[in-house]
Design a protein around this ligand. Structure first.
Ligand code: NDP
Length: 339
């Protein structure tokens, strides 16, 4: 059995979902209530591969909300993640993806030190961040969506916002090694980490976001921002492809501007309907078929019986692992979202 640990995008979102799902006692509560709410399994999932194989999974709502970070309720945020992991393990789930901020919190607050959660000794090999598949899917989106828009990679400048992150650095490695992209712009705040990445790649220009945006034909957003940013579309090139891989979305205001194309990044579409409710709750356009690539990674590992923490730690995603997860992604009928 596979598992997905997820969370909602804001307190407002959580309140409206609680109302919709028939939990009025959650719907009227503020952040303090969500800080103390325990994890819950709220969905049972059945997925069929195009090979005919069928698997079953569970969705674990961690009750984490991004506002917990913004208001420095760090202890509550970290407790949400380890409690959700213990909950998944206690229910016998073999491989669980840590969706959205779950893996970021796990890494940033060194949660690998916490092995014991009440009577559960966490077995980390039962968890994966899902970041290898996410990075692979975003790279395929860069390649395929640019072609559709007539942007030639060999002449294109690609800015990666969040370049030094787990997903961002893997994307930079892929774009460097597997494509003939003309120029890479590396955007993040910590200059030291940017320099390490630039040295590893042997290329790339380090830039602030404001400098990078007007120069980029393609912008990949994989920065871990609890809230989105507003950008002025008139400063962008035309055409410009913006691939927003953040969760919550980095581009708060979906840009409505001629020549500016925004694509939901890190999203896959399955060839067959999936029996679940959870993707309509996060407002996916085609909830029966579209899902986060990190969630799909735990499905793929379950299909392949690869019970291992395939994506783990920071900045350790290799091209070989991206190839492997890419092959099984295609084999089981997933493809990158392109519209
Ligand atoms: P990391 O924490 O590993 O990396 C985040 C990157 O963003 C770092 O380079 C960080 O560098 C940079 N960053 C953070 N804040 C800012 C800012 N204000 N301005 C510019 N750069 C910033 O995160 P991940 O790679 O694990 O995840 C990245 C995003 O992808 C998240 O939004 C996550 O929720 C999403 N995601 C999507 C998935 C999907 O399936 N679609 C799956 C998993 C994650 P610095 O701190 O130096 O600025």
């Amino acid at each position: 059995m596979f598992g997905l640990i997820g969370h909602l995008t804001s307190l407002e979102h959580a309140q409206s979902v609680a109302r919709e799902l028939g939990y009025p006692e959650y719907a009227d509560q503020g952040l303090d209530f969500w800080c103390s709410a325990p994890p819950q399994i709220v969905d049972t999932i059945k997925v069929t591969s195009v090979t005919g194989q069928q698997i079953e999974g569970r969705y674990v709502e961690s009750c984490f909300l991004p506002e917990m970070l913004a208001t420095r309720r760090i202890k509550a945020a970290t407790r949400k993640i380890v409690n959700a992991m213990a909950h998944a393990q206690k229910h016998g789930i073999n491989i669980t993806a840590l969706g959205g901020f779950s893996s970021i919190i796990f890494e940033n607050f060194n949660l690998q030190q916490i092995r014991q959660v009440r009577n559960v000794k966490l077995e980390f090999e039962r968890f994966t961040t899902g970041n290898t598949h996410t990075a692979y899917i975003i790279c395929r989106q860069v390649e395929q969506a640019s072609q559709k828009l007539g942007i030639e990679l060999s002449k294109a400048t690609v800015a990666v916002c969040g370049a030094t992150g787990d997903i961002g650095s893997a994307i930079c490695r892929w774009l460097d090694a597997r494509t003939d992209v003309a120029e890479l712009l590396l955007v993040a705040r910590n200059q030291e980490r940017l320099q390490v990445l630039q040295e590893e790649l042997g290329r790339g220009k380090i830039m602030s976001l404001d400098e990078a945006l007007p120069q980029a034909d393609i912008v990949v957003w994989v920065a871990s921002m609890p809230k989105g940013v507003e950008i002025d579309p008139t400063t962008l090139k035309q055409p410009c492809l913006l691939i927003d891989g953040g969760y919550p979305k980095n581009l708060a205001n979906l840009l409505q501007h001629p020549g500016v194309h925004v694509l939901n990044g890190g999203i896959v579409e399955h060839s067959l309907d999936i029996d679940w409710r959870i993707m309509s709750i996060v407002n996916m356009d085609v909830p029966a078929r579209q899902l986060f690539a990190c969630f799909a990674e735990s499905m793929l590992l379950e299909f392949e019986k690869l019970y291992t923490n395939f994506s783990w730690g920071r900045n350790q995603i290799t091209l070989e692992k991206m190839d492997l997860i890419g092959q099984v992604s295609v084999k089981h009928g997933f493809r990158p979202l392109l519209v």
